[in-house]
Write a protein that binds this ligand. Structure first.
Ligand code: FAD
Length: 335
């Protein structure tokens, strides 16, 4: 389809209680400058139920306009209702581009929307820009197993759609502002919704590993040598009030659950402090943590690539270094 406006849309996904999930608010940050470069407005699109808080948050984090579809059929994410509503909105307003958080729901909805609209989608972008020459969105994502970064343009079809994982961008500080609120009544008949939520079972393990919002992360890799090797990693994490992360090698070895994985196929994190223990620094791991403010690497191999991006490097055996660090942290806290 043709774009009817130069607006950039951000899908602000809501949680079960109707509040905005962080990733949508994070995407308003790059969205703001991209919309300005495109010469349009930044529009947050919210589909859910009891969404007042989410609407306020979108406005506070930079949206010029908020389009809201609120109704009981949207209380829990379901593919049919959300896709029908989103496609109807796009057909009515015709944005030129759209950002969607690469959550499980975003990853389910965005490709279906793009397919129905016969347009392109670039998944799991790690950088966004506007291509100066063509004015198209320049979507950058890892390609060929993460060994190179590809920048993709969608020159012919609209809207241009991309997904971005949580944690890649940072939320702006909230400011009091009054976005224009547009309420759309889109009711999806029950017979068009082919799935029904019968029960919600919370994954307690996932919930306790909040890597995306952690301020400090201590991660262990293959260098910890086994599940018991995470003990000194956890001890330092406890002393620092940090969350425990892991490389894929440690997860694939079954030493720690997948919810802890950082990297291209794990979580993207941006803590104030990231301590990598026995992690070599493969590009797929770096893809998930290089946005950390300060990186400390502990590795016994002085040539390990992790030292290329580390702010502080300790060449040594993690089983000797970690207990000393933990003791020092506990001592400093006691003082
Ligand atoms: P290794 O590369 O084996 O490194 C272990 C390090 O520990 C070495 O540098 C060694 O010197 C050090 N060491 C050993 N013993 C000690 C000790 N006692 N003290 C101190 N240091 C020690 N990886 C991820 O992490 N996250 C991802 O999301 C991810 N996604 C991927 C997606 C694709 C498509 C592919 C192809 C790969 C992906 N990988 C990912 C895997 C990635 O390529 C690496 O294989 C992985 O990151 C290596 O993990 P590691 O650094 O723990 O292990």
């Amino acid at each position: 389809m043709e774009a009817k406006t130069k607006d950039l849309w951000v899908f602000v996904e809501t949680a079960e209680d109707g509040s905005a999930k962080n990733v949508g608010l994070e995407l308003l940050t790059p969205g703001k400058s991209m919309a300005a470069q495109q010469g349009g407005d930044l529009v947050a699109v919210i589909i859910g139920h009891h969404t007042d808080e989410a609407v306020k948050a979108a406005s506070q984090h930079g949206a010029d306009k908020v389009i809201v579809v609120d109704g009981p059929e949207y209380a829990h994410y379901n593919t049919d209702a959300y896709v029908i509503a989103m496609v109807a909105l796009v057909e009515k307003y015709g944005p030129t581009s759209m950002l969607v958080g690469a959550t499980s729901n975003g990853r389910d909805m965005a490709p279906r929307v793009s397919c129905r609209l016969k347009t392109g989608l670039t998944a799991d972008c790690t950088a966004l820009a506007i291509d100066e020459e063509s004015g198209n969105v320049a979507w950058t994502r890892p390609a060929f197993g993460g060994n190179l970064m590809a920048t993709i343009l969608c020159p012919d079809r609209r809207p241009q759609i991309g997904t971005v994982r949580p944690g890649v961008f940072k939320k702006s500080a909230p400011v009091d502002s009054a976005a224009e609120i547009i309420r759309e009544d889109i009711h999806v008949p029950a017979d068009q919704i082919r799935t029904q939520v019968l029960e919600i079972i919370h994954n307690l393990q996932e919930e306790t590993v909040d890597l995306e919002n952690a301020e400090i992360i201590v991660s262990g890799g293959r260098g910890v040598g086994g599940p018991e090797g995470f003990a000194p990693v956890r001890a330092l994490a406890n002393a620092l009030g940090a969350t425990v992360g892991a490389s894929r090698a440690a997860v694939d070895s079954g030493w720690i659950p997948a919810a802890h994985q950082v990297g291209q196929t794990g979580k993207t994190v941006a803590p104030k402090l990231y301590i990598a223990c026995g992690i070599s620094g493969a590009i797929q791991h770096l893809a998930g943590m290089s946005g950390s403010d300060v990186i400390v690497a502990i590795n016994k191999d002085p040539e390990a690539p992790i030292f290329d991006i580390a702010d502080y490097g300790i060449v040594g055996d993690l089983f000797e270094v970690l207990p000393v660090l933990t003791e020092e942290v506990l001592k400093a806290k006691a003082e």
